[in-house]
Write a protein that binds this ligand. Sequence first.
Ligand code: ZN
Length: 203
Amino acid sequence: MSTKTCCPVCCSSELTVEVKKGSVRVPFGPLVDVDKQIFTCQICGEVGDFTGQNDHLVDKATAISINHSVEDMLTFLANNGVKMSYLERSLELPVRTVSRWKQGKLSASALALLRCVSTYPWLLEVADEGFKAEASKAHLVRNACASAGDYFKACGINVSASVATASDRETNVTINLSKGFDARGVETTNVGHIFPTYSKVAG
Ligand SMILES: [Zn+2]
């Protein structure tokens, strides 16, 4: 095929070809190598993908990464106690939808849905409870609290809390977020704070 390849500008077939190594990766997918061919015309100096194959190679590598990502996302969900029948039922998907996904038969919107659920598996519980506003807020807060410690630790942020009674009806809780300590062990850089106010429940 390369013998027939010619320059799109001057039609010369005096070309050199260089392989440019690259890779693609989709969310939750592995890195897949793509070797792109870059042609240079020895007559006019035009540079580019003269065969139009590179886009096809990128699409192929992307499809491989997507297939692996689907497998890995479903395995992740299963390992975290999500039954595939529960996934289908809570999202009101037809029976055996997940089986089709496993065979690579999934639309772009199904892939997007799977990525959302893999990021926040508790969305399935929200769906199972009919997307009710109060229930969804409860799931959000519960899961945010569960993740907060890991998140702050990963960011190197120290968390401390102080509690003050503002009145007999309200209690102010200040959660301080800070980074770093000075020589005396005092926190130095304040990076933010959260001020929830809890109303006391009338006894
Ligand atoms: Zn040329």
